[in-house]
Design a protein around this ligand. Structure first.
Ligand code: ADP
Ligand code: MG
Length: 235
């Protein structure tokens, strides 16, 4: 919790109300949430060293407080499998961002473990003026964005609440194992939901959490957060 608070105060001290992506991962890691291995590089040499340490394949992403949708500005490259490619894409991404958003303040490029594609889910949280922290669960992509198929709970959450949240969505069957696919790791999702509820209770500076997507693997294989947005404010 000390590390988690430090990350938040540093960002607030710099006048930001949103954690940069690598800060969000530091924060989530402090809560023992399953984040991919990562490091922030400001040079090609650093990028190559970090990729080596993480192991290939890796993902490169621009880190800038002025860019919300990184893919839209050519700021994300997935599935990079060699040092040569890391160096090349470091340049390409920097070039894309500088030409498309010339005023963007750039902190560096995030080098991240490549998370295998799987069923995508979303866990989010916000603060309601009346009810306090509310945690949301849904399946990724069109399920949440188009069909609004989500379940919601007010904190504090019990394990039973979290299990119910998984069952409550209309598309719950997709997690049970669908058309021969093995059931997904619900325990890992329950754990994520509970930890998000806990951090909302413990850290009042966090106003919104959006873990989207989280890849959820077959039972026993866990889940991993592939993108995270955390909004903060002074309290
Ligand atoms: P943004 O939403 O800002 O465009 P993301 O970080 O969500 O950027 O990356 C875009 C997409 O790339 C994600 O939705 C996901 O499909 C894929 N992606 C991002 N990071 C990873 C990763 N570490 N492993 C695998 N796929 C990833
Ligand atoms: Mg995203």
């Amino acid at each position: 919790m000390v590390v988690a608070k430090e990350v938040i105060y540093r960002a607030l001290g710099e006048g930001r109300n949103k954690l940069l992506e690598h800060e969000a991962y530091e924060f989530l890691k402090a809560y023992e949430l399953p984040v991919p291995k990562f490091g922030l590089a400001t040079t090609k040499d650093e990028a190559a060293d970090i990729a080596e340490r993480i192991g290939y394949p890796v993902v490169l992403k621009i880190v800038s407080q002025d860019i919300v949708h990184k893919s839209d500005v050519g700021g994300v490259k997935v599935n990079i499998s060699s040092e040569q490619e890391v160096r090349k894409w470091f340049e390409v991404i920097m070039g894309n961002v500088k030409s498309r958003v010339p005023t963007a303040r750039i902190s560096g490029i995030l080098i991240q473990e490549m998370v295998p594609q799987d069923i995508e889910v979303i866990v989010g949280a916000t603060r309601d003026a009346v009810f306090g922290p509310v945690v949301m669960f849904g399946l990724g992509g069109i399920f949440v964005e188009v069909l609004r198929d989500v379940s919601l709970r007010i904190t504090p959450l019990t394990e039973y609440d979290a299990e119910e949240m998984l069952e409550e969505i209309k598309a719950a069957r997709i997690l049970q194992g669908y058309r021969g696919a093995p059931p997904r790791d619900k325990k890992a999702l329950v754990d994520i939901i509970l930890k998000v509820g806990k951090l909302m209770e413990e850290i009042p500076e966090v106003t919104d959490v959006d873990l989207n997507p989280i890849m959820v693997f077959p039972e026993g294989a866990g889940a991993k957060i592939a993108d995270a947005r955390i909004l903060i404010k002074r309290v």
